[in-house]
Design a protein. Structure first.
Length: 430
């Protein structure tokens, strides 16, 4: 996009800039004819990362666990089996023997607890809320992965093309060295000028190595998400000037954005926990049946028991639990509102950064880069005519600084674009 315009606007049709123009055009133009068919696009990188991210597998497993818990939530507890001896005599000739007294019985029984219906419904609702939360966590994780992959891809792309821009300047710096050496041989220059131009050329090599290092680091980050080393070339970047949604739309869809997706589920969890605490005030029942076998000649016995809990002292028990869960729900509501404000702030800030970087990039393209190139050309011409070398060296430093700044600015521009692009789930992305 911008780099194609550099070809036609930032660099005039002068012989001294032809090598630089050609390198820039081949490296960064969207119409790069030599781009391999296997070049890794940003879209392909995010798609591949989502297909094999271990973090997503972990979120899927958590969702499966939540569903399993939901399937058993609200079920009756297991019945309790009991065996024993009742009315065992402790004195007399039959003391401590099963048949020593007519009242002694060997018993076996079963008891079933029956929680209140309100409590069982609350448990099911709570488990369902956890399933909702697990599902939204998956979507949030997907968006986070897309953003991190996009940031790594754009960083690698920007560093790679910064290195190519700097490499394209080698020929111009070589010309400076040749001119300085020619002036030294002709007696109009000095050895100090030659050394100065050579040192500046070495500084350029350091800048190239730095850009290559940043590309390697970004590729390593990208490899973390793609499951291996990323050695293939990167395709051209998307148009960073185009977003799927305007700022008004993004601000109106705060609740649909990644960092806020799980808040409704959090509220549901807190509401279900409050309902469960309130259900503690409902009595719980239990039913028990036991069979007692007595000594031979005596009739066996059957017992039936019905029990019920008595929540009589609720002030310091159930009421405090209800109050605690109500406070938790209120806290979730307040935190949700604060999170919405934070997200609105983040959208506003990201939009302001994206908009400002776009304007700055265009300013570099339309004014700073052409002027830096012209200044370097004039300084070289002046030095060839017998002028001092310092203006040339300074012009070269400024030229390289402006081009490097522009390449890094495009990287920042792309990262700001990615933040806004991957705010919403895939259905709302471009």
């Amino acid at each position: 996009m911008f780099l194609h315009q550099i070809w036609t606007r930032a660099f005039p049709a002068r012989r001294w800039v032809c090598p630089l123009c050609a390198a820039l055009f081949l490296a960064m133009s969207p119409a790069w004819a030599g781009e391999p068919a296997t070049a890794l696009t940003l879209e392909a990188a995010t798609r591949k990362a989502l297909a094999q991210a271990p973090l997503l597998d972990a979120r899927m497993a958590s969702q499966h666990a939540a569903r399993e818990e939901a399937d058993r939530a609200g079920a009756l507890s297991d019945p309790q089996l009991s065996v024993g001896i009742e009315n065992l005599a402790t004195q007399g000739p039959g003391a401590f023997t099963a048949g020593g007294d007519s009242m002694t019985m060997r018993t076996v029984g079963i008891t079933q607890a029956l929680p209140s219906r309100a409590k069982r419904l609350a448990q099911r609702d709570l488990a369902g809320a956890h399933v909702e939360q697990a599902a939204t966590t998956i979507t949030m994780t997907q968006l986070a992965i897309e953003q991190q992959v996009a940031a790594a891809w754009i960083t690698a792309w920007g560093a790679h093309h910064e290195a190519q821009m700097l490499q394209a300047m080698r020929s111009e710096w070589s010309v400076d060295v040749v001119v300085a050496e020619a002036r030294l041989r002709g007696g109009t220059g000095s050895a100090a000028d030659v050394l100065a131009t050579r040192m500046e050329a070495l500084d350029l090599e350091n800048r190239i190595d730095d850009a290559a290092s940043r590309e390697a680091q970004a590729r390593a980050t990208l490899g973390r998400w793609l499951g291996g080393s990323v050695t293939e070339p990167l395709a051209d970047a998307p148009d960073f000037a185009v977003l799927a949604h305007d700022k008004t739309t993004l601000l109106s869809k705060l609740d649909e954005q990644g960092s806020l997706l799980d808040w409704p589920a959090r509220e549901h969890v807190a509401e279900a926990a409050l309902a469960e605490a309130k259900a503690e005030k409902h009595p719980e029942w239990s039913v028990g049946l036991s069979y007692g076998s007595r000594a031979r000649g005596l009739s066996d016995m059957v017992s039936l028991q019905v029990g019920v809990s008595l929540p009589l002292f609720t002030r310091n028990r159930q009421d405090r639990g209800i109050s605690a869960r109500a406070a938790d729900l209120e806290a979730v509501h307040a935190e949700y509102e604060d999170a919405r404000r934070q997200q609105a702030e983040a959208v506003e800030a990201a939009w302001a950064q994206w908009d400002a970087l776009g304007r700055q990039a265009r300013r570099y393209l339309d004014q700073l880069l052409p002027q830096a190139n012209d200044r370097a050309a004039l300084a070289l011409a002046a030095y060839r005519g017998g002028g001092d070398i310092q203006p040339l060296l300074q012009a070269r430093r400024d030229e390289i600084a402006h081009h490097a700044d522009y390449a890094r600015m495009l990287t920042d521009y792309g990262r700001a674009w990615a933040v806004l692009t991957y705010l919403l789930p895939e259905g709302d992305a471009p």
